[in-house]
Design a protein around this ligand. Structure first.
Ligand code: PRX
Length: 656
């Protein structure tokens, strides 16, 4: 891990009070109430969560023990039995919500579908029965590689219904990346589609699945279930591949929820880390259900009358927690949109807001910056008066983007809820409660009740307010990841021993730099490890370097992040070639495409610089700090005396 100097230059003074009428109707109505909740949770976290678990969720059997903490392994609601789909579906059927819209879906070409809770329940049960018929049983892992269609959410819920952990692989990942993840999870079945619509074109998915599985390279996979979306030609392998529309409509709509242990695995979601191999982040059932439920309810002040839209893809944690499980557990109406703003339709998001009267809108800073570029005329020509709350996630939101979001989209009336969290945390960790917390543009404000967040140095010593340090959490919370799939050691080392435990007290290391101000507000300063945040998506530098080195022309590669106005960060790669190959623009283009093939379009380097040598320490470690400076065209910061050959930097600066 690199150790950049942590310093914060942001000094934002503006303060926005929650609107009085908003506070009055909100679940949490005042700063005092937030502080009381926080103090109560801090005094006895287990009792705090137990009370909410009783109040907010339905259980088949109550737990014996709220928290079993054997650092760094936590178990919540030990001995309890439940099924998250019961909380997301069945329990609502007994109320007026039976016929309420659970899922509203808008396709990119303009087609749309709405599922009531009763309809969604039936679809999920039918799909669950298809999975059973194809031999999937409790504990088997199922890969999901889908476009943003309702069947993606239905597939996830169907897995959860029968206790088969899902692993959703973002549809933008390549066949190679898909294969690695399916292999690691030893998936028994894959659910996919022929393709999906993106930016007025179709993207193919089934061929990537075929490629990932060719030559029996993932022997665990027995069957592939294929949704027809684009109707493009696909090859169906007899005995292995089955059309969803052949099997699912005929299946019974009766499928009782599998009684799951609180700690049974709900899903695995892969995320980039500092080493080459992505980590399978494991989440379990009850704690995850509770935490996503409560955080969404309080931080987004979810009300029964709301139409709520999260623009993430279900392939990321945001889609899992806040398109599917959190909203449905609350009995909310969750909107799912297949499209993205594109030159042919720059106002499409605002059309969706107007068409469905969206009340709560949750997106990422990178999207907000793209909207600013597209021009105010698009939102200004639509009726956005239904909006009452705006959310942000994925990276620190720059104050200019925050102010634009507040004024142009929120009409200066909607609280902005900037949520800091991670794949590993399962749900929001640092976030305003909109009726309670005054907001400051660029700050995720204060920790959610029950989250004992703090700022420390690398030895775990507290850091004074105003100074930069490392963001940590001092007590387990219900939806924290339980382990790295199949690798407890990696889990322990990455998150719990990076900052050494003191007196047996383990603390969770998030990997982010942060500053806390005198009001107790957290200002996230970005990753402190070798992870790049491109458009709110985490990419490991090692992963991209491995992809580059797998090309025959490449001898060595070093990848760093470079500030980008739109994406937050962009991938900048320094590449040393094998002796027989020579530098050319064609080769640059070929290498960029190679990374797309190995990982996916999100990892495509924005720029490649060929180099004769890379800056290294005497022990052979690449000094990324200097490469970051070079990539951004900055002065070199720091001491170069540990370098083996100082002339390397001059050469790189002169462009080779
Ligand atoms: O660096 C932080 C940044 O995104 C990382 C987590 O990425 P991922 O696991 O892909 O999850 C993204 C969606 C939850 C964090 O370590 N990050 C996320 N949200 C924010 C943020 N940085 C600043 N402010 C945020 N609101």
């Amino acid at each position: 891990m690199s150790q950049p100097t942590i310093e914060s230059i942001l000094q934002e003074q503006r303060l926005f009070q929650p609107p009085a009428d908003f506070s009055q109707a909100a679940h949490v109505k005042s700063l005092e109430q937030y502080e009381q909740l926080y103090a109560k949770a801090e005094a006895d976290p287990a009792a705090f969560w137990a009370e909410l678990a009783e109040q907010e969720l339905d259980w088949f059997e109550k737990w014996d023990q709220v928290l079993d903490w054997q650092p760094p392994f936590a178990k919540w609601f030990v001995g309890g039995k439940m099924n998250i789909t019961y909380n997301c579906l069945d329990r609502h059927l007994k109320t007026w919500r039976r016929n309420k819209a659970a899922l509203i879906w808008e396709g990119e070409p303009g087609d749309s579908r709405t599922y009531t809770y009763a309809q969604l329940h039936r679809e999920v049960c039918q799909t669950a029965n298809v999975l059973k018929d194809l031999g999937v049983t409790k504990g088997d892992r199922v890969g999901i590689y889908m476009p943003m269609v309702p069947e993606a959410a239905i597939a996830m819920l169907a897995c959860a219904r029968i206790g088969a952990p899902h692993t959703v692989i973002f549809g933008g990942f390549s066949a190679e990346a898909l294969k690695d993840r399916l292999k690691d999870a030893e998936a028994k079945l894959v659910i996919t589609a022929d393709g999906g619509f993106r930016k007025d074109k179709t993207i193919s998915l089934k061929p990537a699945v075929d490629k990932a599985l060719e030559n029996n390279s993932v022997p665990s996979v027995e069957n592939v279930l294929v949704v027809q979306r684009t109707k493009e030609d696909v090859t169906m392998q007899a005995g292995r591949d089955h059309w969803w529309h052949d099997l699912q409509p005929k299946a019974s709509g009766d499928c009782p929820p599998e009684p799951m242990d609180s700690e049974d695995m709900l899903f695995i979601l892969y995320t980039s880390g500092t080493t080459g191999k992505p980590k399978g982040v494991v989440h379990t059932t009850a704690g995850y259900n509770l935490y996503t439920h409560v955080t969404l309810k309080w931080a987004f002040d979810l009300q029964d009358t709301d139409v709520y839209w999260c623009t993430a893809d279900v392939g990321w944690i945001t889609g899992h927690s806040y398109i599917v499980y959190g909203p449905l557990s609350n009995g909310a109406t969750s909107l799912m949109y297949e499209g993205v703003p594109r030159p042919s339709n720059p106002g499409c998001f605002w059309d969706v807001v107007e068409k469905y009267g969206v009340n709560i809108f949750y997106t990422a800073p990178t999207a907000i910056r793209a909207f600013i570029k597209l021009g105010d005329q698009h939102p200004n020509s639509r009726d956005l008066s239904s909006l009452r709350l705006l959310g942000s996630v994925g990276e620190p939101i720059n104050p200019e983007a925050w102010m634009w979001y507040h004024k142009v989209i929120g009409g200066e009336r909607c609280p902005i809820v900037d949520t800091w969290w991670q794949t590993e945390t399962g749900g929001f960790m640092i976030t305003p409660l909109p009726g309670a917390t005054p907001t400051k543009p660029g700050s995720a404000t204060r920790p959610f009740p029950g989250i004992l967040a703090d700022v420390v140095d690398l030895e775990g010593n507290p850091v004074a307010d105003g100074e930069g340090g490392y963001l940590i959490v001092k007590h387990p919370w219900p939806s924290m990841m339980r382990t790295v799939y199949g690798n407890d050691e990696r889990f322990r080392k990455t998150y719990w021993e990076h900052i050494p435990p003191k007196d047996g007290n383990y603390i969770y290391f998030a990997g982010d730099g942060v500053r806390r101000d005198a009001d107790g507000y957290f200002w996230i300063m970005g990753r402190v490890d070798d992870v790049i945040n491109v458009s709110g998506h985490r990419l490991g530098t090692m992963e991209i370097e491995s992809a580059l080195v797998s090309h025959p022309a490449v001898a060595e590669a070093a990848v760093v992040g470079r500030k980008d106005d739109l994406k937050g960060e962009d991938v900048f790669a320094f590449v040393m070639l094998e002796g027989t190959h020579s530098a050319s623009d064609d080769l640059k283009a070929e290498l960029k495409q190679h990374v797309v093939g190995e990982i996916g379009a999100i990892a495509r380097p924005g720029e490649i610089q060929f180099a004769d040598a890379l800056p290294k320490t005497r022990s052979g470690k690449i000094i990324r700090r200097f490469l970051r400076n070079l990539a951004s065209g900055e002065e070199l910061v720091g001491d170069a005396s540990t370098m083996e050959d100082q002339s390397v930097l001059d050469k790189l600066r002169s462009g080779n």
